[in-house]
Design a protein around this ligand. Structure first.
Ligand SMILES: [Zn+2]
Length: 164
């Protein structure tokens, strides 16, 4: 592989640490590492925990990508081989979306949720108003009932009788 999939930045002048980082992140194929961690521990006489610590402290491994949505170039960093293999194998199409586009998408989803809630409130208010209008109409109809003696109270009858 001429151009390694994993780019590596090593931030140490220590030769051993430098070699450990290089060996740890060296691929022979897109998802096959050139040697096992056990082999590195053996070669440098360190535990796998020590190897991991040296790698984490002295290097950053990443792959370069461009965002599928906006085309922005970005870097996907990896904490460990397992992290790389997991992210690499769970993303076989290498489709990346940058954090700005993820944020934008999240905002859109949030906005749509808010709009749905508002729409629901408007609908509820409309139904509420409809109910009130129906009640008002009912009251109005009652008020407009034709004048009839049957509807009058005894007192009113007396009043009418006296008045005429
Ligand atoms: Zn983007």
């Amino acid at each position: 592989m001429k151009d390694s999939l994993i780019k590596l930045e090593i931030n140490t002048d220590n030769e051993n640490a430098n070699n450990i980082c290089s060996m740890y992140w060296k691929l022979i194929d897109r998802n096959i590492f050139s040697c096992t961690v056990a082999k590195i521990t053996e070669k440098f006489n360190k535990t796998s925990i020590e190897i991991r610590k040296i790698v984490n402290d002295n290097s950053s491994a990443y792959t370069e990508f461009s965002c599928n949505s906006c085309g922005l170039a970005g870097k996907q960093f990896y904490k460990s081989r397992a992290d790389f293999l997991y992210k690499y194998s769970s993303n076989v199409n290498h489709s990346y979306v940058c954090k700005f586009c993820i944020e934008k998408e999240n905002e859109k989803v949030e906005r749509e949720k808010q709009e749905a809630i508002e729409q629901e409130n408007i609908e509820r208010e409309r139904l509420e108003n409809e109910k009130h209008t129906a009640l008002d109409e009912e009251c109005y109809k009652n008020k407009k009932e034709p004048f009839s003696l049957e509807n009058l109270t005894f007192k009113q009858i007396i009043f009418f009788t006296c008045a005429y």
